[in-house]
Design a protein around this ligand. Sequence first.
Ligand code: NBP
Length: 471
Amino acid sequence: QKNSFGLIGLAVMGQNLVLNVADHGFSVSVYNRTAERTHEFMSGEAKNKKITATYSPKEFVASLERPRIIQIMVKAGGAVDAVIAELKPWLDEGDIIIDGGNSYFSDTERRTKELESNKLRYIGMGVSGGEEGARFGPSLMPGGTKEAYALIEPLMSAIAAKAPEDGLPCVAYIGHGGAGHYVKMVHNGIEYADMQLIAESYALLKSTINPAPEEFHEIFTEWNNGELSSFLIEITAFIFTKSDDKTGRPLLEMILDKAGQKGTGKWTSQNAIDIGAPVPTITAAVDARILSSMKKERQEASKILSGPKNNYADERGKIIAAVRDALYASKICSYAQGMNLLKRASEEYGYNMDLGEIASIWRAGCIIRAKLLDDITRAYRSRSDLPNLLLDAGFKHAVQSRQASWRFAVKTAFELGIPAAALSASLAYFDAYRSGFLPANLIQAQRDYFGAHTFERIDTSGVFHANWKEK
Ligand code: NBP
């Protein structure tokens, strides 16, 4: 009796996905480079489930039904190539390898070409939702050929999260080659922006009205009941309630203010610049993590450089409302940037992405799941070629009606000397996008002045160059 699904890589994500697949009635074979991990898994959570342990790639492959469906959940980079090389000698024509890790999309493009030339099928699939998502329903972003996707679709639909609004599984065919991993990368870029916007909102409240941890919990809980409702706001509300076992103080206050990163936010910004899509809020979030990591240097600088002293403690209600509005409007702008990056990438790489479908599979299971995604799904479903989310009637109203308090929040941050790079980047994005005129005429004049790069005119078509030194 052979198994219908195989998974390689039994770290946190792999183990939880296997349990999820087994719970849905599929028989699973597992393999991990270090046998010890397999033993532990089999004698622990995998006990009494339809899970078979194997201890070599040959034994693993031989235990699977054909065409084989094999998912790899190992560290992104060289480990994926190493696993593919180990598997290849044992595979047969038409077998499917799914890479569910956070691989860089161009690596996926390369691997797809290599494997297709060996008559194997390759799917690069973004998986989001961390440990819990993997166990009880992740958001899945598969890219590859449509016919390979059709073979894995029943299993993936079974294990994926289901959107609360309509119960649909959070998985959809994204596009060829690296399209799935591209979408996962942008998902993570948006996640960076969301997290930074929330962190700046926390800083702004702390420096103005300084709520106690239980008040912070109340503010975020209330926000989570409205338009900001999302996984990240929900967990933030809980974070304020946790005490440190060692000191009894709020755990948050004991955590060193240096943010880590694994690189997916950086990739988003880098690629956005490569293909010419502005993502200032995402880039501000990546920069903010880098600046936070310079803790020692910041501590030294704080002894030398000082900022303004202002007091907003009396304006409690106004501040809380303004920060909430600023957070929501800024979030809309960062999603607008992310969706437009996908649109641009779809043109650049020929992915033929359906933005409404992508927004819809982010509605549950993943880290950026949010009420807002229902509205984004609706906006693209009613107009698939929407140039920008800000032009959708609902989002236009949401942003315009919050404009005054959004500006008040950002102005307050500036007046108090609180770094609010992401909140202000979103506002500047909005202001630039809605400007019929930008000062780029001066940039063109400078470029032509020093480099004879030429310019166009507003009154005549053609390309012009001026002799700038001649008055
Ligand atoms: P890790 O990213 O920590 O990878 C550990 C796994 O990779 C182990 O099974 C390890 O085997 C295997 N591995 C390594 Br490292 N090098 C290998 C090699 N050369 N050959 C074979 N196996 C090798 O695990 P994870 O946190 O479960 O994440 C798995 C993937 O999912 C990653 O790409 C990650 O970015 C992505 N992801 C993670 C999350 C999350 O919340 N953690 C969320 C979404 C996506 P060993 O036991 O022999 O060392």
